[in-house]
Write a protein that binds this ligand. Structure first.
Ligand code: SF4
Length: 325
């Protein structure tokens, strides 16, 4: 009689799933804008830059007939619209679209638009504007591009604040929406020390989704040995989640999907938390959980640190187009 082979014993792993995680209201809206535009206008629909920073989302939309373009010049005039991404665009972009007679739909997140308006209001009042953010990110390019060149100075750190010239003009600050809450607090403190009369946003510019996801991962990281953040390498808020987890002493890895998991780093550990950046779909989280399940005897827990119920209406141009179909 051959000996019965026993299935290998899987090591036990406590998995703490952060809530909230993943898609925010701005991302849900941006994707819906593209899906609905496809229905109203038919493919192709053009989108300037990635609609949100996630290849999985982008490739899914490409399969439905969306054409992603780097610049407006790649989109032809005609009945098919060009959509601006959730990150927002500089004023010159809709101006160029108008000059070229392009049909446009703006999927900029309303919370990014709020920052644009704040910057414009400060400028009107003659204030010098400091934007706290990351150089080269589409959102900071869009926010700086709301005003003439030189009106906004970008700072990324306390050191940058120390190097700001003081020309005696009143000063105000706005921030990118997806920054680290803790790092930004330090930069704001440095600004307030150098410029005690600096004007602050009436409500924090770092958005509710960024704040909630960072709080959730912070709480989870304190309970586990490692954290897996699902998100794209070019997603600012996903990178911040990884940093927050690392600061809490966790081994953190940012992965685009389950194929990116560094299993060696998890060897011998008994607990891991899982979260996702605001542009990472839940389907990817499920794939991560399935990959963990295949290797471990998983005990799953959900850690809820906030409940979200925010939803944004679709852009008026799209609602009107839908109504006229
Ligand atoms: S992360 Fe915040 S600002 Fe960015 S799209 Fe989502 S809700 Fe809007």
């Amino acid at each position: 009689m051959p000996e019965a082979t026993q299935p290998p014993v899987r090591p036990r792993l406590r998995v703490v799933l952060c809530a909230p995680r993943g898609f925010c209201a701005g991302v849900v809206r941006a994707i819906e804008v593209v899906e609905r535009a496809l229905q109203v206008y038919g493919p192709p629909v053009y989108v300037r830059h990635e609609i949100v920073h996630n290849r999985f989302v982008v490739e899914g939309l490409e399969a439905k007939g969306v054409v992603f373009v780097k610049e407006l010049s790649e989109a032809p005039p005609g009945p098919h619209p060009v959509i601006f991404s959730a990150h927002g665009v500089a004023k010159a972009v809709p101006e160029e679209a108008k000059a070229r007679n392009l049909l446009t739909i703006d999927a900029t997140c309303p919370l990014v638009t709020k920052v644009h308006r704040e910057a414009q209001a400060h400028h009107k009042r003659g204030r010098r504007i400091v934007l706290i953010g990351h150089a080269g990110h589409p959102e900071t390019i869009g926010t700086m591009g709301q005003l003439p060149p030189g009106a906004v100075t970008l700072v990324g750190s306390v050191v940058d604040v120390g190097q700001l010239p003081d020309d005696g003009r009143p000063i105000a600050y706005v921030t990118q929406t997806t920054l680290s809450v803790d790092d930004t607090r330090e930069v704001v403190e440095a600004l307030k020390t150098r410029f005690p009369a600096v004007h602050a946003p009436p409500v924090d510019d770092i958005c509710y989704a960024t704040t909630n996801r960072q709080e959730a991962v912070k709480a989870a990281a304190r309970q586990v040995e490692a954290v897996i953040v699902v998100g794209a390498a070019n997603s600012s808020n996903s990178q911040r989640l990884r940093e927050v987890a690392e600061r809490e002493g966790s081994l953190a890895q940012l992965v685009a999907d389950e194929s990116g998991i560094d299993w060696t780093a998890l060897e011998g550990l008994g607990s891991v938390a899982v979260t996702a950046g605001a542009s990472a779909p839940e389907a990817l989280v499920e794939r991560i959980l399935a990959a963990l399940d295949a290797r471990y005897e998983v005990a799953l827990e959900i850690l809820t640190t906030a409940r979200e119920s925010i939803a944004f209406p679709l852009p008026r141009a799209l609602r009107e187009a839908e109504a006229s179909v």
